[in-house]
Design a protein around this ligand. Sequence first.
Ligand code: GLU
Length: 450
Amino acid sequence: MSLAQPTRVRFAPSPTGYLHVGSARTALFNWLYARSVGGTMVLRIEDTDESRNRPELTQAIFEYLEWLGIHYDEGPYYQSERRDRHRDAVQRLLDDGRAYLCDADDNELAGTEMADGRAVRFRTPEGTTVIDDVVRREVAVDHAQLGDFVIWRSDGSPTFVLANAVDDADMAITHAIRGEDLLSSTPRAVLVAEALGATPPIYAHLPLLVNEQRKKLSKRRDDVSLESYRRRGFLASAMANYLALLGWGPRDGVEIRPMAEIIGQFRLEDVNRAPAFFDIAKLEHFNGVYIRELDTEQLLVAIEPHLTGNEVPWPPERYRPDVVAAVVPLVQEKLRTLDGIVPQVDWLLCPEVPMDESSWDKAVVRGKASVEILDGTIAALVDCPWDPETVKDAVFAVGEAHGVNRSKSQAPVRVAVTGRSVGPPLFEPMVHHLTREEVLRRLRNARSRL
Ligand code: GLU
């Protein structure tokens, strides 16, 4: 490939499942590389496996690329629409003696397509293919390991390697940046490209993503779908920033930073080959940082879908944006995910709050003087002025009378009213958004459990 050739990369997902964090990382690295060198990013949907493709999976790919801010420049191309090109390429290989018809393919299927419904195998020459992978360095494969492999099935469909190599050549792809799981197919793609007179792309195989046990992330074992992270309230900005660090790091070591800076720092040759740990705690930390950077308005907008979906514990008619707007600034510092807002506000929106038994046990059953504090608080709140300062002072005074410090005297009241021992500052929201009757009712309920 001549140096003057413009850089062209592609993200080439097979729409056989929902976009997972591994594919998203691949898409992102392609995009980062394209942006960092002023190249072009192509989107190619590799939808040749008709039995497994579903249109909604392709839609989800578009949706999640958009969500992450990965804007490709060209495409989408659909591999399934390029069957004629693939057939022509196979015919050329047959004509040139680089491939031959055979009776059985790997699936032993009978069909009616190429020639008389027979499969086609690539005639692998003797020798060795050396791939100079940007990440893995030199990978040498003895052709004896490859054998004569199928490039066209007897049911009339191209194999993955054939379609992939032909499309990369036709689309003038200069760099194929993709997951390490595809490394074993690369020598075959290189042989096919060269036999067609094309220059194969430069390959960069990104390291595996692994979980805490250093096992390859798997759909069955691990939470890998982008959809689930989005649903739990990870911000796209935090997610994209985190994904960029899976197998790569900036030379200056600054990890949390705007995407424009990441583009400026990104070097494909700095991608490392060691498996990358998908660390959910670190992702949550990133998300917390990005949540804190939002102003209240932005945060309220981001949070809204997490309070109005059908998984929330309160009936829709009880949702009150004013209550949420009052609580959000009080808890913004602590939020790690957007759906973390639900347990901060549910006690203000639900008619009944379920009691967290371990909070109950800790703060009430085993809490110092909790019976006296609940009794004293009930008595005090019956007719005191209903404002946060007065109510707070009343609770603390009851505690003091029984030798209990402020935070400990607040604890049984909090558990009685909110159902939990942790939550936002108690008195302001409680007095502003619950009625005196409601608070007394909850306190009496709690008292009657003892
Ligand atoms: N379609 C392949 C996959 O989703 C990727 C092909 C490639 O990137 O070369 O696994």
